[in-house]
Design a protein around this ligand. Structure first.
Ligand SMILES: Cc1cc2nc3c(=O)[nH]c(=O)nc-3n(C[C@H](O)[C@H](O)[C@H](O)COP(=O)(O)OP(=O)(O)OC[C@H]3O[C@@H](n4cnc5c(N)ncnc54)[C@H](O)[C@@H]3O)c2cc1C
Length: 446
C-alpha cells in the first residue's frame, strides 16, 4: 500500500514492492522543532556513515498542513531560541527535571545549538536579560534552516499525516496513519520511532496531546498533563483598572492555607483579568486556584517601605500622600488606587496621615494580597507540565526503558522549563540525543 498523504516537503519514501507498506529506518512523529531536529540528527549520521546507502531513510510524519507551527509562534514570532549560560546554569530552570535533562544539555549545549545554526548562516542577538533571539527577530529563519537542512539530508517530510497508533511487530514498528484516504488506514514499517508530538498547549498549532495516547498504548506512564507558563486570573481584581502597568524584577510570595510556598522575583504585568509577565508565567507551574499572591509593588519589604514612608512623611508634611508614594517609586495610577483602597481622600496630605492609614498603605505597597481564581487554560499556556514519565526513559539516549527502538524528544516528555528560551533548548537537546541514539540503533554507526 502506498502512503497517499497529500503533501510532502521532500520525497524519498522507501517501498520494496507495491504490496508491502513503505518503510523507513527511522520514523519521526511530529514536525515541530524537536521532530525536525531529531530527523536531521539521524539523517546526518546516515550520511556520515555511508552516503551511497539509499536503503536507510528518515521520515517525518506531521499531522498538520505545515511543520513547526508552534515554533513560528514562539517568542511572539521572534523565537527566543535559548538563553545565555552554561548547561549547569540551565539545570535549575526545569525544576526537579533538571537532573534528567543533564546529559541532553551537555550533549547539545546552548552554545552548541547556536553554533549549529550559525554554521548555517543565522546570526543571533543576546538581550541584556540573557534571552537569545535570531538577529532577524524572525522565527521563520529558524524553521527555514531546519527545513533546508532536512531537505539537504534527504529527510522525507509528510504533511497531513496524523499518526493514530504504533504497534510492535517483532523488532520493528508499524506506524499507522489514518483519515487521509478513502481506503482507510495506511501504515509504515519503521526500525526505530522518535515520538516528538509535543505537549497539549496551544492546540491550534497541532499539539493536542496525541502522543500521550500513542506512548500509553506502548506501555508508558503519562504524568497528568497540565497547562504551564500561564497568566493567572485574580478574584475580585481591584487592580484591573491598572492593566498594562509592569514591574520589572518584582518580588512576590505564594501562600497556600496560610503557609508560604514560594518566594520569587520576576517581571510582572497587571492585566485586565489578573497578572502575567515572565515572573508569573514561571511561577504558575506551582500555583493552584485559591493560592494567595503577596506582591511587593513598592520594590521593598514591609519594614523598608515603612521606614522610607515615615521619612518621606516627615520631610514633606504639606505634600499629598499620593506624591509621597510616587516619590517612593510607585507609578502614579497605582498610588492613586492605593489612596482609594486605604480609604483616604485624594487630597490627603502627609501631615494628616493617621497610623492605621499609613500601615494600610505599607501593606498595599509591600504585600498586596491577590487570590488566584484560576490559571490560564490550554489556549493560553506556553508549555505543558506532565507528559511521558521520565523515569521510563534513559536520560543518556532518550530511548524508552520499556520499548527498545522507541525514543522521545521535546515537550511530549514530562519536562517544562522557565520562560526565556529554556523550552526550545530542551526540545533541541533531547532531539539531538534521541536522533543520535536512534541512528546508532538503526545500524547507522559513525
Ligand atoms: C505562544 C508560545 C510561545 C512560545 N515561545 C517560546 C520561546 O520563545 N522560547 C521557548 O523556549 N519556548 C517557547 N515556547 C514553547 C516551545 O514552543 C515548545 O516547547 C516547543 O515548540 C516544543 O517543541 P516540540 O517539537 O516538542 O513540540 P511542538 O512544537 O508542539 O511540535 C509537535 C508537532 O507534532 C505534531 N503532532 C501532534 N500529534 C501528531 C500526530 N498524532 N501525528 C503526527 N504529528 C503530530 C504537531 O502538529 C506539531 O507540529 C512557546 C510556546 C507557545 C505556545
Amino acid at each position: 500500500m502506498q502512503c497517499a498523504c497529500p503533501a510532502r516537503y521532500n520525497g524519498r519514501m522507501q517501498s520494496t514492492n507495491s504490496d508491502s507498506p513503505p518503510s523507513a529506518s527511522c520514523v519521526v512523529i511530529g514536525g515541530g522543532p524537536a521532530g525536525l531536529f531529531a530527523a536531521v540528527s539521524v539523517a546526518e549520521r546516515l550520511a556520515q556513515a555511508d552516503s551511497s546507502d539509499t536503503s536507510k531513510s528518515v521520515t517525518v510524519l506531521e499531522k498538520g498542513p505545515r511543520p513547526g507551527r508552534k515554533l513560528l509562534a514562539s517568542g511572539s514570532g521572534q523565537c527566543n531560541i535559548t538563553h545565555e549560560g552554561s548547561p549547569e546554569d540551565f539545570l535549575e530552570h526545569y525544576g526537579s527535571r533538571g537532573r534528567f535533562l543533564k546529559p541532553a544539555l551537555f550533549s547539545l549545549s546552548p552554545a552548541g545549538l547556536l553554533s549549529w545554526f550559525r554554521e548555517r548562516g543565522v546570526h543571533f542577538a543576546i538581550e541584556t536579560n540573557g534571552k537569545v533571539f535570531p538577529a532577524s527577530r524572525r522565527a521563520t529563519e529558524i524553521l527555514d534552516v531546519l527545513l533546508a537542512r532536512a531537505k539537504d539530508q534527504g529527510v522525507d517530510i509528510l504533511m497531513n499525516c496524523p499518526v493514530t497508533r504504533i504497534d510492535r511487530d517483532g523488532p520493528e514498528f508499524i506506524v499507522n496513519v489514518t483519515g487521509l484516504n478513502p481506503d482507510g488506514a495506511q501504515s509504515l514499517v519503521a526500525q526505530t520511532v522518535i515520538l516528538a508530538t509535543g505537549g497539549r498547549s496551544y492546540p491550534r498549532t497541532g499539539s493536542e496531546g496525541d502522543g500521550y495516547a500513542l506512548a500509553a498504548t506502548l506501555g508508558h506512564t503519562i504524568v497528568l498533563p497540565r497547562p504551564a507558563l500561564t497568566p493567572v486570573k485574580v478574584r475580585n481584581h481591584v487592580l484591573g483598572r491598572l492593566a498594562g502597568l509592569s514591574f520589572p524584577s518584582a518580588r512576590f510570595a505564594i501562600r497556600r492555607n496560610g503557609r508560604k510556598l514560594l518566594e520569587a522575583r520576576g517581571d510582572l504585568l497587571i492585566t485586565h483579568e489578573g497578572l502575567s509577565g515572565p515572573g508569573i508565567l514561571d511561577a504558575s507551574r506551582g500555583m493552584e486556584p485559591g493560592d494567595i499572591l503577596e506582591l511587593e509593588f513598592g520594590g521593598k519589604s514591609e519594614e523598608a517601605f515603612r521606614a522610607d514612608l515615615l521619612a518621606e512623611l516627615a520631610n514633606t508634611p504639606v505634600t499629598l500622600v499620593r506624591t509621597a508614594l510616587v516619590a517612593l517609586g510607585l507609578p502614579r495610577r497605582m498610588a492613586e488606587s492605593f489612596i482609594e483602597l486605604a480609604g483616604l481622600q485624594p487630597g490627603a496630605t502627609c501631615a494628616n496621615l493617621r497610623r492605621e492609614s499609613r500601615e494600610a498603605l505599607v501593606r498595599l505597597a509591600a504585600a498586596f494580597p491577590l487570590e488566584i481564581e484560576s490559571l490560564g487554560g490550554w489556549d493560553e499556556a506556553m508549555a505543558t507540565t506532565g507528559g511521558v514519565d521520565t523515569s521510563e526513559v534513559f536520560p543518556k539516549t532518550m530511548e524508552s526503558r520499556l520499548v527498545p527502538g522507541l525514543y522521545f524528544a521535546g515537550e511530549i516528555l514530562d519536562i517544562d522549563g522557565d520562560t526565556g528560551g529554556y523550552n526550545l533548548q530542551a526540545a533541541f537537546s533531547t532531539a539531538a540525543l534521541a536522533g543520535a541514539s536512534a541512528a546508532t540503533r538503526a545500524g547507522i554507526r559513525t
